[in-house]
Every structure is written in structure tokens, then in C-alpha cells.
Ligand binder design. Structure first.
Ligand SMILES: *Cc1c(COP(=O)(O)O)cnc(C)c1O
Length: 374
């Protein structure tokens, strides 16, 4: 069995260091928002080249509190995509705003920047692009549109830590960038964790208050906040792993290049594309194949842990049924939802495993063809 991700193998490389730091936290008696959180916020701000980083409990909270910090709520619209994890629009729903969906560019799976302007209304407050699968969005165009229409930009960079657009890290273009440290993310901790980054001192202070019951001073509360603090154990683990993120992302890119090479002559398998001037970090290596569901089933039977991210686009999910959106609204989103298949991808995967994945996928695509036509 070749899994889509193998967290145990990563642990084998950093486990000794992690255990040492975690034991220190356990012995320290300081467990929430202590010195590790503070140090991690400084270290990751430096890594991303952004002024302020605010640690939080999850990527979902980062999106939620980013919207709160920008005073986006009932009656407001936020332009985003339906080809993403539900947390993106869930956060919009939590604050009472309305997601307005734009179709994707089928080459990158990211927001189609040519369609954004047609969705802007007097109620639009922000654009929320998602750097899906670790692939940067076209930030030049998005920032230009936002500037001309006086809109905020919140980047969902939960899958894209370390990715770059024209040499600048994603998550640092807009007003606020959101990251997740869920265990399977490129920089994953051993529980939940998240981060919001901003160059604005004002927005930083807003999020610091919101994450801790809506008050900057303890026991003085100015507004309804939440409890979204990162704990010291997670911060200590993240500080260790941050030292490896560049190396891990580089390996993912090498594995992606090797997969591309292995699929070079397989004309039914469409490999991922990269925009010029971007540094994609391959949170997922996602191909497009015909008869995808049959191929997926055959791969599972043959011990390959492929996954479908995501099987139902968000505009057709029950959670957004009240928006009354119908199939046909987002043709590229709907079409690609039926084609995508993410293959095993993690820094420690071996070339031999990649060859097995590629050979098996090529065979399964052939087999699925005869099965469907039969
Ligand atoms: C993982 C993820 C989130 C949410 O992060 P959590 O830490 O799991 O809350 C949001 N958006 C995208 C695109 C994600 O992949």
C-alpha cells in the first residue's frame, strides 16, 4: 500500500527533536500563548516576509477572524471559488456574509481572474482567493482588481505555505493571509493549528483581541470574540518543523517533476501545470483522467492511496442550498470536479514508489477505458 501521505515517515526524521522540545514544554508549566507561540510568530513572520503573524487554533479560525477583523458580516458579499475545501465558505457563512462564486481556470484549478469583475456588486467587500493544491493564484490581477474596486483581499493559503508568486510568498499580498497547520498540510503540527498574517498593525491587534475573547486586556472585553489560541506544544513542534519546510517543499517539487516525467507518454493523463514566475509547493499532485471514479476504484484495489479533492463543489453542497445555486453555474468547476485525482505526495516518498504509482495509474486508466466501453 502506498498512502497519499505518510506522517509517520516524517516523524521518523524529526521525532527526536520534537520530543525534546515537547518534554520541555510539559515541564515548563506554561501551556497556552507562551514563549513558543511568541517565538514562532516572529520566526514565521520572518520566513514569510510579513510584519505580523497571529497564531490561532486552525486555518478555519484564521479565515473566520480575518473576516471579523475586516468587519465583514451580514449583508456583505465575498467573492471566492467553489473548488476548495468547505472551510473557505464556512468562514464566510459564520460571519453571516454571502459567498459569491467565480469559476476556476481549468489549468491551475484556481480562481478565474477574468471572471471576478463581473461578480462585483455594491455589496461586495472582499475577494477570497484560494491557492489550491499549493499553486499560487494570479495575484497581480487580483490585487489590481481589488485596488480599483476598493475591496479587501483575504488569501486562503492553507495549502500553500512557502509557495511564491513572482518571488513573494503567497499569503502576504492581500490584507490578511490565512494558513493551516492541520497535520497533513505541508507544515503540519500534531493537533490543530492555524495562523493569520498581515502587514497592518491595526488588523494584527484586532485578531489578537478576537482570538482571546474579544479583549486586548485580560478580563476587559470589548466585543464578542472566540477562544482560538494556539497551545505551546503545537507551537514548539511547529518551530522545529519550520526549519525543514523549505527542504520539504523542494522535495515535493522534485517528486512532481519526476511524476511529470513518468507520465510524459501517457496521453490520457493530464499532469499539473504551473504558471510562469510561480513556485508551486505541491500540497497535492493532482492529475486529470477520464473515467475518474472507475480509475480511483481500481487504484484503491491495487494499493494506491489516491484521493478526490473535492468530490462535490461547494455551490452544490447542502450547506449552501439556501443560495439557490444550480448545476451549470460554474462549468469548469463542475467539469474538473469529475476529473481530478490526487496521487501520493509527501517529501519522503521514494522514486521506486513513484514508479509503482505511475505504472499502476497508467494500467488502471487503460483498464477503466475498456470497462466503461464494455
Ligand atoms: C485545511 C484547509 C482549511 C482549513 O484549515 P483547518 O486548519 O483544517 O481549519 C481551509 N482552507 C483550505 C483550502 C484548506 O485546505
Amino acid at each position: 500500500m502506498i498512502p497519499i501521505i505518510d506522517s509517520k515517515r516524517q516523524y521518523a526524521t524529526v521525532g527526536a527533536e520534537v520530543e525534546k522540545e515537547v518534554v520541555e514544554v510539559l515541564r515548563s508549566g506554561s501551556y497556552i500563548l507562551g514563549k513558543n507561540c511568541k517565538a514562532f510568530e516572529e520566526e514565521i513572520a520572518k520566513f514569510l516576509d510579513v510584519k505580523n503573524a497571529v497564531t490561532l487554533n486552525s486555518g478555519t479560525d484564521a479565515l473566520h477572524l480575518a473576516l471579523r477583523a475586516l468587519d465583514i458580516g451580514a449583508g456583505d458579499e465575498v467573492i471566492t471559488v467553489a473548488f476548495t475545501f468547505v472551510a473557505t465558505t464556512e468562514a464566510i457563512g459564520i460571519v453571516g456574509a454571502k459567498p459569491v462564486f467565480v469559476d476556476i481556470d481549468p489549468d491551475t484549478f484556481n480562481i478565474d481572474v477574468n471572471e471576478i469583475e463581473s461578480k462585483i456588486t455594491p455589496r461586495t467587500k472582499a475577494i477570497l482567493p484560494v491557492h489550491l493544491y499549493g499553486q499560487p493564484c494570479n495575484m497581480d490581477v487580483i490585487m489590481d482588481i481589488a485596488k480599483r474596486h476598493d475591496l479587501f483581499v483575504i488569501e486562503d493559503a492553507c495549502q500553500a505555505i512557502g509557495a511564491e508568486y513572482k518571488g513573494k510568498k503567497v499569503g502576504t499580498f492581500g490584507d490578511i493571509g490565512c494558513f493551516s497547520f492541520y497535520p497533513t498540510k505541508n507544515l503540519g503540527t500534531m493537533g490543530d493549528g492555524g495562523l493569520a498574517v498581515t502587514n497592518s498593525e491595526f488588523l494584527k491587534n484586532r485578531m489578537i483581541a478576537l482570538r482571546n475573547h474579544g479583549g486586548a486586556i485580560r478580563y476587559y472585553h470589548d466585543e464578542i470574540g472566540v477562544n482560538s489560541r494556539l497551545d505551546e506544544i503545537q507551537a514548539a513542534i511547529l518551530r522545529v518543523k519550520l526549519n525543514y519546510i523549505d527542504e520539504w517543499n523542494k522535495k515535493r517539487r522534485e517528486h512532481a517533476a519526476y511524476y511529470n516525467e513518468l507520465f510524459k507518454d501517457a496521453k490520457d493523463i493530464e499532469t499539473p501545470k504551473e504558471l510562469d514566475n510561480t513556485y508551486c509547493v505541491y500540497h497535492q499532485y493532482t492529475v486529470k483522467v477520464p473515467n475518474r471514479d472507475e480509475v480511483h476504484k481500481l487504484l484503491q484495489e491495487n494499493g494506491i492511496g489516491a484521493m478526490i479533492y473535492y468530490p462535490v463543489p461547494l455551490h452544490l453542497q447542502k450547506v449552501h442550498a439556501h443560495l439557490g445555486l444550480k448545476e451549470g453555474l460554474l462549468p469548469n468547476t463542475e467539469k474538473n470536479t469529475k476529473l481530478v485525482l490526487s496521487l501520493p505526495m509527501f517529501a519522503e516518498i521514494t522514486e521506486e514508489e513513484q514508479r509503482t504509482v505511475a505504472k499502476t495509474l497508467i494500467e488502471c486508466v487503460e483498464k477503466a477505458k475498456s470497462k466503461v466501453s464494455a
